[in-house]
Design a protein around this ligand. Structure first.
Ligand code: NAD
Length: 253
């Protein structure tokens, strides 16, 4: 119960890593506000933890601002912002085949949304004198892939750099900002991508020392750690939870 009395907002809380984190944060005592563009999934997630659902398109500044205000109005503070919503559409591929519209869509949902969420969350946290912001980047912010999704990778690099800068800027005001960088995780986002292209899945799996993808609960455990005071001396970090992929040269057979 490390998060008793804390209020958490989770974007993309209706599915995958977000959903597992909603459950884990609530399980540790937090009041959870679920934000998702998918009303059915988001409401189901919020109801399952007796939390609040706020339908939010994280690319819309007014909706994002309303989301964080609703958290404060309903539960009295904002202590944790897990800015996690993201997409990985198939038309984002090699730079040679990716059009400007596909590029911009991914930049807006994955990177601009994190800018909007941090911009809306930080003033509430400054008023409360504390806060933990966790922005979902990815191991691809640290490593290059020959199976390219060029805008996705660039967006996650942006999330990593922005998180580092915010962590430094607000370090003396009680606000910690960390980038969470999962390795490949067994979620709908990844399953969809790999179902269409099993060779692509195999090419990736061979590089993971553990020989498997992460389960969402294993990422949620890291979110709970970064959200809690157990990580009180961590800020501006790139927190990799990747099964060893970023440290590997040759993997076990
Ligand atoms: N799955 C992986 O292997 C993996 C690895 C590294 C990083 N990530 C990142 O983790 C995060 C979560 O991914 P996931 O695998 O759980 O995906 P997911 O598709 O299971 O869940 C994403 C959620 O975000 C929501 N969403 C999408 N666009 C939105 C918008 N505009 N506004 C509000 N909500 C929106 C979706 O409705 C969905 O509920 C993403 O940022 C993703 O890039 C995933």
């Amino acid at each position: 119960m490390r998060l008793q009395g804390r209020v958490a907002v989770v974007t993309g809380g209706g599915s995958g890593i977000g959903l597992a984190s909603v459950r884990r944060l609530a399980g540790e005592g937090a009041k959870v506000v679920v934000a998702d563009i998918d009303s059915d999934a988001g409401k189901t997630a919020a109801d399952s933890v007796d939390g609040l659902f706020v339908r939010t398109d994280v690319t819309d500044a007014a909706q994002v601002s309303e989301l964080f205000q609703s958290a404060v109005d309903t539960y009295g503070s904002l202590d944790i912002a897990f800015n996690n919503a993201g997409i990985s559409p198939p038309d984002d591929d090699s730079i040679l085949d990716t059009g400007i519209e596909a590029w911009q869509k991914v930049q807006t949902v994955n990177l601009t949304s994190v800018y909007l969420c941090c911009k809306a969350a930080i003033p509430h946290m400054l008023r409360g004198g504390r806060g933990s912001i966790i922005n979902t980047a990815s191991f691809v912010a640290t490593m290059g892939a020959a199976t390219s999704q060029i805008s996705y990778t660039a967006s996650k690099g942006g999330v990593l750099a922005m998180s580092r800068e915010l962590g430094v800027q607000f370090a003396r005001q009680g606000i910690r900002v960390n980038a969470l960088s999962p390795g490949p995780v067994n979620t709908p986002l990844l399953q969809e991508l790999f179902a269409k292209d099993p060779e692509r899945a195999q090419r990736r799996l061979v590089h993971v020392p553990m020989g498997r993808f992460a389960e969402p609960d294993e990422i949620a455990a890291a979110v709970a750690f970064l959200a809690s005071d157990d990580s009180s001396f961590m800020t501006a970090s790139n927190f990799l939870v990747d099964g060893g992929i970023s440290g590997a040269y040759v993997t076990p057979l």
